[in-house]
Design a protein around this ligand. Structure first.
Ligand code: SF4
Ligand SMILES: [Zn+2]
Length: 335
């Protein structure tokens, strides 16, 4: 559930795409983030707050045979279509009640950006907390955002946090307190459902960000978006036919995106009607006929595991290439 980030990354992980190995710079950033998490944890503890930590997740280690950043308290959220797994950085224990604790350590520019827009522009952070609260059933969360440069910490209470706990937090030097309501997780669930449908359809959903954005910076699946063209600046084309085609493409693409999200949104309403009213078959005259045949799954081959279990020779025999196609990738500019 890490940030409920890019839908393409979520799908790629579930479809068994092998991610690029962490770069040395990426590993240093992860290490730094763990160090800062430890520093914030220490500050909380010095303020008399009980913070529980879990270390590497044994449950994920048993299931996925590798730890790979899965550190913290294991939480899951399941719907008929999805199983979202996440890990809490920690739990705060206050007067016998547990609360979610999540921490982000940000570099200079990201910190400046976050301070300006907070969770409005960082919806992924809010989604993550919303999902954690839903999955744990805890009444609230404490979200700490630390500047790696200045050591300042923004502390947000989310949901119901006792006044006494906030008082203790306010004693920590260099902190600013804030509050946000429990985020609505429906958009995140819609996204995850959409990803699941794409996977069942054997298609990789579009990347959600523009290459070069902060979201793509440390993405280990960037190769799915850039295909090795990273360094080359694209040529600028002003030919009338091409500009017209590009314009129509962009408009049609945006209309398709809007239509797809409306289809998904309303499909869920129609599905809920079928399930809640135990009416697997119904029609809305003049509009739609609905036929619900229960929850289904598709069998997929875990190619990553297969490669570990059998020889390359056998892998080559069972993994077939599809028909060739022209590999063109078009991303729509936001401006
Ligand atoms: S590079 Fe960016 S858009 Fe592409 S998969 Fe990664 S996060 Fe998504
Ligand atoms: Zn786990």
């Amino acid at each position: 559930m890490s940030g409920i980030g890019c839908q393409r990354v979520i799908a790629a992980e579930k479809m068994g795409y092998e991610s690029a190995p962490f770069t040395e710079a990426g590993l240093i950033v992860m290490e730094e983030s763990t160090i800062h998490e430890g520093l914030v944890r220490e500050k909380l503890r010095n303020a008399g707050i009980e913070v529980l930590e879990a270390g590497v997740c044994q449950q994920c280690l048993d299931e996925f045979k590798e730890s790979r950043g899965r550190i913290g308290f294991h939480v899951e959220y399941k719907t008929p279509l999805i199983r979202a797994i996440g890990h809490l950085d920690g739990k705060i224990l206050y007067e016998g009640q547990e609360y979610v604790w999540e921490n982000k350590a940000l570099g200079r520019f990201t910190w400046d950006g976050f301070k300006k827009t907070e969770f409005d522009e960082n919806i992924g952070y809010a989604n993550q907390i919303g999902m954690y609260l839903k999955a744990t059933g805890f009444p609230g969360a404490i979200y700490t955002v630390k500047s790696r440069d200045t050591g300042q910490i923004l502390i947000y209470s989310i949901g119901n946090i006792p006044e006494g706990l906030m008082k203790q937090l306010s004693k920590i030097k260099g902190t600013t307190l804030g509050h946000i309501a429990v985020p609505d997780i429906q958009p995140a669930l819609d996204k995850l459902n959409w990803v699941e449908l794409c996977i069942q359809d054997d298609t990789l959903p579009e990347g959600e960000y523009e290459l070069g954005s902060k979201e793509c910076r440390w993405c280990n699946y960037k190769f799915l978006c850039i295909r090795g063209e990273e360094e080359k600046e694209p040529d600028e084309v002003v030919d009338v036919d091409i500009v017209t085609a590009a314009m129509i493409y962009k408009e049609a693409y945006q209309a398709k995106q809007k239509a797809e999200s409306e289809i998904e949104e309303n499909k869920l309403i129609l599905l809920r009607h079928a399930i809640d009213n135990k009416t697997p078959k119904y029609k809305v005259p003049g509009f739609v006929n609905v036929s619900y045949s229960g929850v289904k799954t598709k069998k997929v081959v875990d190619t990553k595991l297969l490669k570990e279990l059998v020889s390359e020779e056998i892998c080559d025999k069972v993994i077939k290439n599809s028909r060739p196609w022209d590999d063109i990738r078009i991303t729509v500019s936001r401006k």
